[in-house]
Design a protein around this ligand. Structure first.
Ligand code: SF4
Length: 325
């Protein structure tokens, strides 16, 4: 495949086919830089050399009744993960300062739950109102599980900009990962988010045993949902989860090909490198900025990640600039 010709087509407003997306994932290592160059040309057209940073805040930890096999916050996981109930308005508002201090564009408030209770929803809404008063330019994303339309409208009215609800993997592979809810329920929440006018942040996780075709199916399912932002995680098997000890099949080059494929499929959509990037990409992390234009910084929900100063240096050394809030 001629990767430059394929990227020219996307730059001219065309689309790639599922077969071509699969060919990206199957491309040999000695074509990796050509694939990345194609993805980078597309990324540069839409985002220049900017990188947007996102800071996570875990507002309710280790309390989720769902059984996602990769997740250390499920109550079925046997581990030492901190477990606490929904934080107060004050602490959620205080947490926003950490995002400002790290030049983050977006503050991502995440709760381990099937769905928000009425009280949790109101706490988050009040916090969002206060954060917007204090930091009007800081964008707020919330991730609270399954949503009804009524709850989504309430979030929108309170100033929440975006809602995260990942599909995680393809519809075909989903039952291998989660049994307490189905793919369709996730899609329904994603559609509700779009319907009420919130930005939709919706992505997935690689390295769980899914096939390359499953990764392609996920990318096209997300494109069909008209997502605004795609966080892409890489399995970092957590202690006490069903995936503990699972051999991770992802090489750093596999991760880069997957990121590039998503960029070709969704040229103008924010693509964010997320959990597991440090352990799977290792020394090749900076190359991920060629297809992706966004990253979480300063750790994840239950694991430490690369610290902000190291992320900042990595971005600047690679010739990219942090996009200010
Ligand atoms: S729904 Fe979210 S918090 Fe709950 S187990 Fe699944 S991934 Fe973890």
């Amino acid at each position: 495949m001629d990767w430059k010709t394929l990227s020219d087509r996307v730059l001219d407003g065309g689309a790639i086919t599922e077969t071509e997306a699969l060919a990206i994932l199957e491309s040999p290592d000695d074509e990796l830089l050509d694939v990345l160059q194609g993805a980078y040309r597309i990324r540069r057209k839409h985002f220049g050399n900017t990188v947007s940073l996102h800071l996570l805040c875990n507002v309710k930890s280790g309390k989720c009744p769902e059984d996602c096999a990769f997740c250390s916050q499920s109550t079925s996981a046997i581990n030492e993960v901190e477990r606490y109930d929904f934080q107060t308005v004050e602490s959620i508002v205080e947490g926003a300062q950490a995002a400002i201090d790290r030049q983050a564009k977006r503050y991502c408030v995440v709760s381990s739950t099937r769905a928000p209770s009425p009280g949790e929803l109101e706490t988050l809404c009040e916090a969002a109102i206060q954060i917007k008063q204090k930091h009007p330019d800081l964008e707020i994303c919330s991730s609270l599980g399954l949503l009804t339309e009524e709850k989504a409208i309430r979030l929108k009215e309170s100033g929440v900009d975006r809602f995260n609800h990942n599909l995680e993997t393809s519809e075909n592979y989903f039952p291998e990962v989660v049994t307490t809810h189905d793919f369709e329920e996730r899609v329904n929440t994603a559609k509700i988010v779009k319907k009420v006018g919130l930005d939709l942040c919706c992505g997935g996780l690689f390295g769980m045993g899914e096939s390359l075709q499953d990764r392609v199916d996920l990318a096209f399912a997300l494109a069909d949902l008209n997502v605004d932002s795609v966080p892409l995680n890489f399995l970092d098997p957590r202690p006490g989860t069903p995936f503990e000890g699972k051999p991770n099949p992802l090489s750093p080059n596999d991760c880069l090909r997957s990121l590039a494929m998503f960029r070709f499929v969704m040229p103008s959509i924010e693509i964010r490198i997320a959990g597991g990037r440090e352990t799977t990409l290792r020394g090749l992390q900076p190359l991920a900025l060629y297809p992706a234009n966004s990253m979480f910084t300063a750790g994840y929900l239950t694991t430490d990640g690369q610290d902000y100063e190291t992320d900042k240096r990595m971005i600047e050394d690679a010739g990219f600039v942090i996009q200010k809030a």
